[in-house]
Design a protein around this ligand. Structure first.
Ligand SMILES: C[S@@+](CC[C@H](N)C(=O)[O-])C[C@H]1O[C@@H](n2cnc3c(N)ncnc32)[C@H](O)[C@@H]1O
Length: 214
């Protein structure tokens, strides 16, 4: 496997020392797009929130700082990501305001209708069955709750040419490469309502929000 594909695989499932380094870099690198994306949903201080594909835990920390009377959960299928998220949120975990669990998005260890908000930052590209996984997130949302997907790469976006080159690596690293309208369709097909799409073309950012029918 080439160094390029090894590095790309670290984004989809961080592991070992290279994974630790990747997670540390992503915490910094994804901060601005996450801040922008989260402006498109309202977050209340008593909310119960899930960040799926939580990586190094920066988004969990950001959400927990807002939902001070609620609880924030992080989930990731990578052991390295779970460890990094736990380190980044140690104090909030000790205070019982944050929990980080190892699980795949396809089988979440939560009951139906638990969350006011689910966030997914730079992770949906790698999910094994996008439609079924979106339905699994719908299952854990409360009626009226929202899922927000925030991403820095999409078909037709600023980094499209780079993504087209990465397409050639398919098979080595499998990932979904959706356009803006395909993001909307993804939400609608999985059963979400009030689907909204926001783009910041100059930065190459996109975010999509959908709600569970109330
Ligand atoms: C590019 S990183 C983004 C991490 C973090 N959300 C951030 O913004 O920095 C993608 C993360 O999604 C996780 N991930 C990918 N596929 C997953 C799946 N099927 N179930 C759970 N987590 C997954 C990876 O392990 C990794 O930690």
């Amino acid at each position: 496997m080439s160094l390029g594909s090894k590095l790309l695989n670290q984004c989809s499932k961080p592991s070992g020392w290279l994974g630790k380094l990747t997670l540390w870099r992503m915490n910094g690198h994804h901060s601005k797009v996450t801040e922008w994306g989260l402006k498109h949903v309202s977050i209340q201080n008593h909310d119960t929130i899930l960040d799926v594909g939580c990586g190094g835990g920066m988004t969990v920390a950001r959400l927990a700082a807002i939902a001070t009377e609620g609880k924030t959960y992080g989930v990731d299928y990578s052991e390295e990501s779970v460890a990094a998220s736990r380190r980044a949120n140690r104090q909030s975990i000790e205070a019982g305001r944050v929990e980080v669990l190892q699980a795949p998005v396809s089988h979440l260890p939560f009951p139906d209708r638990m969350f006011d908000l689910v966030t997914a930052v730079e992770t949906h590209y790698y999910w094994p069955d996008l439609n079924a996984d979106m339905q699994e997130l719908l299952r854990v949302l409360k009626p009226g709750g929202a899922l927000i997907i925030i991403a820095e790469a999409y078909k037709g976006g600023k980094y499209d040419r780079l993504l087209q080159r990465l397409e050639k690596l398919k098979g080595i690293m499998n990932y979904a490469h959706l356009s803006a309208s395909e993001h909307s369709e993804l939400f609608s097909k999985a059963g979400y309502s009030n689907v909204q799409l926001f783009e910041e073309y100059d930065k190459g950012w996109i975010c999509a929000v959908g709600r569970k029918r109330g």
